[in-house]
Each structure stands twice: as C-alpha cells, then as structure tokens.
Design a protein around this ligand. Structure first.
Ligand code: HMG
Ligand code: MG
Length: 302
C-alpha cells in the first residue's frame, strides 16, 4: 500500500465553520480569517454561501465578504449555490468555483434544501451548465453519505445513485460528506468506492465532520485507497443547521499534523494555520476545538 505523496486541503472554515454560529461574525472578521488562511498556504477556500438568509442568517453578508477578501493568485475561492438564484447572485462576485449540494438521503435533502433528491438534481442541472458557460468549475457535495440524522443508516447504493446523477448533469468533482460524523473506515471506504465508479481519484474528496471523533481515521482510510483531497475547517469549527447534534468538521490543524507526520506534502504552514484558528476562535470567544491547535498553543505559551 502506497499513500499519496501530496494532499490538497479545501478549507471550509469560513463557510461550514461559521454557518452554524448563532451570533453574527462581522464581515471584516470573515475576510481576515480568509486572509490568514491563505497566508498559511491554503490554496482552496470555501468563502461563503449564496443561500436563503432566512435559512442561514450567518451567510447573509455573502456579497460583502466576497468584496472584502483580498485575493491571491493561485488560490481558488468557492461559494455554495443551491439554485439559479444563488448562482446569479454569486456570479458578479467572480467565484473560481461553485458548490452544489445534494444528499444521499431523501429526508436530509428535504430538511436542508427543501426538495427531493430528484428535484435537487433538476435544480442543479441549469446551475452547472451556467457555471460552465461562465468558465467556473463545479464541485458537488453529497451529504449523509454514511448516515442521516433522520433516516439512520445510508447504504453505498444510495451514495452511488446520487453520484451517478451528479456526474450525469456535469458536476466536475464529488465530495463525499459524513455530515453527522458517524462514519468509520470501512463504511467510508465503501461510500468512496461507489463515488470512484463515476469520478476519477483526483475528482473526489472527503468531507468529514468529527462528531464521533472518527474523522482523522476516516481520512487515513481514504489515503489508503488513494483519495488525496479533503475538506477541513480551521479550529474544528462547523456544523450544519439542518443536522442537529452534528459538531464541527475535522480541524485543518489536526489533518496537517497527521499528514506532516506521514511525510505527505500539503504546502501548509502549521504555525500560521494555528494563528488563523486562534484568530477566529478569539472572535467567537472560545478555545480552538482542534487538539493540535491547542497543543501547539500550549507549547508556545510554555
Ligand atoms: P426554498 O424556500 O425552497 O426556495 O429554499 P424558494 O425557491 O421556494 O424561495 C423561497 C424564498 O427563498 C424566496 O424569498 C426566495 O427569494 C429565497 P421570499 O420571496 O420568501 O422572500 N431564495 C433565496 N434567497 C437567497 N439565495 C438563494 C435563494 N433561493 C431562494 N439562493 C433554499 C431553498 C435552497 C434556498 C433553502 O432551502 C436554503 O437556503 N437552504 C439552506 C441550505 C444550507 O445552506 N445548508 C447548509 C449548507 S450545506 C452543508 O452544510 C453540508 C455540507 O457541508 C456537506 C456536509 O457536511 O454534508 C456542504
Ligand atoms: Mg459540512
């Protein structure tokens, strides 16, 4: 078994990390968070969402955030767009990539985006076509790939069914998401392998919430089958407002520490990453959730 030599991390902290925060985070803090993340070497950053501000109030300043970030060449800035209305609002802000998000379970699709899986695919098809016409890459997220807060277990067949549909409408890349963090290595590998029937290795990624503390192990299980792109959220922030009880994403600091230890390149400076995690945790008035972040901060203090 050979592990990949390089891993790409997609930083989802400014979007997934903050979307569930009840108290408003200022636009200036969001822009500074992005600035610190790119300074740490992140080359892919999910900045915000163009969703209904009634559903996700924290993302209501999407236009202002996109205007406030200071873009660096070589960094890809992405935004979530669940429908044409979202894409049309996002286009003038020139995202490099958009994300459409479907679910492997019907119940979660209804709760999260207020439509069935089939309806979501119908909605995404023109969004994908319009994004491509504008020269924008489309990433797809597939939520609840191993478990759903409403349905319970989700089977690999259900994952493959939606992976096939996403491929058919032209979604370029598929992220397999464990929204509620219940996955364990064999289940995650089984879901990934179904995605890999429709997407090449360099167009799949893992997005693992760490509710049950399995995310790092699941990333290792994905490395074993060659997957080399993962979403992560600095300081371990995150959660979905429509997945009750789900905690943050795997912390970017923790993933970088793991990969450094394995000798796998990421291009990320872990100390600068810890600074980014500290900055946003301070803004939220709490300690970073990241174990590595805390350990490195304790080491600095000592
Ligand atoms: P809907 O109510 O079915 O939409 O919502 P609608 O088309 O019937 O429109 C109703 C109202 O929403 C109208 O406004 C529209 O203008 C407005 P009103 O006339 O009532 O004032 N609207 C919008 N406003 C702004 N931007 C838009 C938009 N579309 C409609 N794009 C919708 C459908 C998808 C918009 C809604 O359900 C929604 O916003 N849901 C939020 C979903 C969300 O952001 N979830 C969290 C992100 S996904 C996630 O975290 C999972 C992920 O991390 C992977 C994982 O961990 O699983 C990616
Ligand atoms: Mg998520």
């Amino acid at each position: 078994m050979t592990l990949p030599t390089h891993v790409t991390l997609v930083e989802v902290g400014p979007r997934d990390g903050l979307q569930n925060e009840k108290l408003p985070v200022s636009t200036a803090h969001k822009a500074q968070m992005v600035a610190l993340l790119q300074a740490a070497g992140l080359k892919e950053i999910e900045v915000t969402s163009f969703v209904s501000p009634k559903w996700v109030p924290q993302m209501a300043d999407n236009l202002a955030v996109m205007a406030a970030i200071q873009r660096l060449p070589g960094v890809r800035y992405s935004v979530l767009t669940p429908n044409m209305q979202g894409l049309q609002a996002a286009l003038p802000t020139h995202p490099d990539e958009i994300v459409v998000f479907a679910a492997a379970s019907e119940a979660f699709s209804q709760k999260n985006i207020n439509c069935s899986i089939a309806e979501s695919i119908e909605r995404f098809a023109p969004v994908v076509a319009a994004a491509h016409a504008a020269g924008i890459k489309v990433r797809g997220a597939l939520s609840c790939a191993v478990g759903c807060p409403y349905q319970g277990e989700v089977s690999p067949d259900e994952v493959e069914r939606v992976a096939r549909l996403m491929k058919a409408i032209g979604v370029d890349h598929l992220g397999i998401a464990d929204t509620i963090g219940v996955g364990t290595p064999k289940k995650i590998q089984a879901a990934m392998e179904r995605a890999l029937k429709h997407y090449p290795l360099d167009q799949v990624s893992g997005h693992f919430h760490d509710t049950y503390g399995q995310a790092l192990t699941n990333i290792y299980a994905c490395l074993e089958i060659g997957v080399h792109t993962f979403d992560a959220s600095v300081a371990g922030l995150g959660g979905c407002p429509y997945a009750k009880g789900a905690t943050g994403n795997v912390a970017t600091e923790d993933v970088v520490f793991l990969l450094n230890g394995l000798g796998i390149e990421t291009g990320i400076d872990i100390d600068k990453l810890v600074d980014a995690g500290l900055f946003i945790s301070d803004a939220l008035g709490r300690q970073p959730v990241s174990r590595v972040g805390r350990a490195l901060l304790a080491k600095r203090a000592g």
